[in-house]
Ligand binder design. Sequence first.
Ligand code: ATP
Length: 226
Amino acid sequence: MNIIITKNVRKIYRMGENNVYALNGVDFTVKEGEFVAIVGASGSGKSTLLNLLGAMDSPTEGEIFVRGIPLAQMSQNEQTIFRRRNIGFIFQDFKLLPVLNVYDNMVLPLKLDGRKIDREFAEMLLKSLGLQNKREQTPYTLSGGEQQRVAIARALITRPAVVLADEPTGNLDSRTGMEVIGLMKILAQKFYQTLVVVTHDEEVAQTADRIVHIEDGKICQEGESI
Ligand SMILES: Nc1ncnc2c1ncn2[C@@H]1O[C@H](COP(=O)(O)OP(=O)(O)OP(=O)(O)O)[C@@H](O)[C@H]1O
C-alpha cells in the first residue's frame, strides 16, 4: 500500500517579478514501511518536498495524500493536528529546547497534543537510543550524536506512521552519522514506520531501500540502492 502519494505537485514561490519553481510536477509514491532517501543538489527542491509531505506547507498545485488523507483540503489547524498524530520530524540542527532535559524534550510532542505518556514505551525508546543514563541532562551537555538521538526519540514518542528527516546526519561526523541513520532504520523497522530522509551523503543514501533523485524541482531518477 502506498502511504504517501503526490500527484503533479508544484510549489511556486513568487520573488518580485519572477516565479521560482521549487517543485515542478512531482509524482511520487512511498510504500508503507519503506525507507526512501531523497538526494539532489542544493536548491533542487528536497526540503520543499519534505515540508509538503509533512503538511508544514501547502503545494501551489497538485495533490498530496498521506495515509489516504488529502492534505490540501485541511485547514491549518487540521494540518497541525494531522502532523502531531501522524508525522515525526528530524532536522539537521536537532531543534531541541535548551531549557528542557532529555526526557522532557522527548515527551514534549505528547504534552503539546494533550496525550498521556506511555512510560514503558518512553523507557524503551530511551534504552534503544542509549539515552537511559542521560535523561536528566540538558542538550548543551550532550554530543551532537546524542542530541540527534534525543531528536529521534522525540520524533518517535508519538508513534508516527511516517518519519521525515531533513539532513539528519548533516551536523555529525561520518561515523556518528552512520550510527544515527542505522538507529533510525532499526527503529523504523521495529515500529513498521515509513522513513523519508533527505540527504547529501551518498553513504547515508545507500542505506535506504530506494533512492530518489531530484533535479530542478523534478524527480529525475529513481532506483533501489545497491
Ligand atoms: N520561502 C521561499 N521563498 C522563495 N524561494 C524559496 C523559498 N524556499 C525555497 N525557495 C527556493 O526553492 C528552491 C528549492 O529550495 P529547497 O530548500 O527545497 O532546496 P533543497 O534541495 O532542500 O536545498 P539544500 O540542499 O540547499 O537545502 C530553491 O531555489 C530555493 O531558493
